[in-house]
Design a protein around this ligand. Structure first.
Ligand code: G3H
Ligand code: ZN
Length: 284
């Protein structure tokens, strides 16, 4: 199928009170696993590449982007390509040419006025390129190996009226909200503030995005989607699946040297995670 925009997938999911899953890809195996898992679940999906993943590839966006575009076009379900947690304008400006239909611009670490000014400039530029743009207000913790934020720390939760003004003044198409999740959790123990999600849903007309979803238990995810989250970002869960499967395979087959042997096992484990997580989001 031809690539589709994240905006269309998110709008379609939101109209049905559902959410679209967006998985972070790092390797070719991630790409193949996400597409396979989505096909198994018969569901649309978003492949997303973070600025950190681009840094891992020596700052080069195209090798992973081109593989993702090719996999999306060969998929039997609709697939969108999203550039995630972009901080550098130089990377933002490569998005459209590399095949991305959407971006998440991340200036959430900056004070409010600076976040707003940077996000507004990014949104103005993105819209000239036909890109759908997501931004973040309040900061979802746990980025770049940092510890999760204390729930009472300033900015650890998104304030609804401030979010309303931020969206109106920046012109973004979706908002990532800080509601209790945190990035890179390897245990699924996060408790979401569902009352805050409801207040954000009521205050905003744009779709709400949940980051750091790997650490959120199934029932909390389902409840968040029912409560108005329309895009669910998942990264670490795939890496847990991949690494666990590869580690077990290598431990059981000490003489293996062909990477296809253990990467195949890792890819299958990721595809199972993808299908299962999509099922959780659709179970609201
Ligand atoms: O933007 C990416 C996500 O927020 C992924 O977070 O790795 O904790 O699932 P996660
Ligand atoms: Zn994130």
């Amino acid at each position: 199928m031809p690539l589709i925009g994240s905006g269309a997938l998110v709008a379609e999911a939101a109209a049905k009170q559902g959410a679209v899953a967006a998985f972070n890809i790092i390797t070719l195996e991630h790409i193949e696993a996400v597409v396979e898992g989505a096909e198994r679940a018969k569901s649309p999906v978003i492949l997303q590449v973070s600025e950190n993943a681009v840094a891992f590839r020596g700052g080069r966006l195209l090798p992973l982007a081109r593989a993702a575009v090719a996999a999306a076009e060969a998929a039997s379900v609709p697939v969108a390509l999203h550039l995630d947690h972009v901080k550098r304008d130089e990377l933002l400006r490569q998005a459209a040419d590399a095949g991305f239909g959407s971006v998440m611009y991340d200036a959430a670490h900056l004070p409010y006025e600076e976040n707003l000014a940077a996000t507004r400039a990014a949104a103005d530029w993105a819209h000239t390129q036909g890109l759908w743009i997501e931004a973040e207000l309040g900061e979802v913790g746990g980025k770049d190996g940092k510890a999760p934020l204390d729930p009472h720390a300033p900015g650890a939760r998104t304030e609804p009226q401030e979010a309303r003004a931020f969206v109106a003044e920046s012109g973004v198409d979706a908002l990532a909200v800080a509601v209790g999740s945190s990035h890179a959790m390897t245990s699924r123990t996060a408790a979401l503030d569902h009352e805050l999600i409801a207040r954000l849903r009521a205050a905003l007309t744009v779709p709400l995005v949940l980051h750091g979803s790997s650490g959120v238990p199934d029932d909390e995810l389902t409840r968040a989607v029912t409560g108005g989250i329309a895009k669910v970002n998942i990264g670490t869960a795939l890496n847990i699946a991949l690494t666990g499967a590869v580690r077990a395979h290598l431990a059981a087959h000490e003489s293996v040297v062909d990477p296809r042997k253990y990467l195949a096992v890792g890819r299958t484990a990721m595809a199972e995670t993808v299908a299962r997580m999509i099922g959780v989001l659709g179970a609201g």
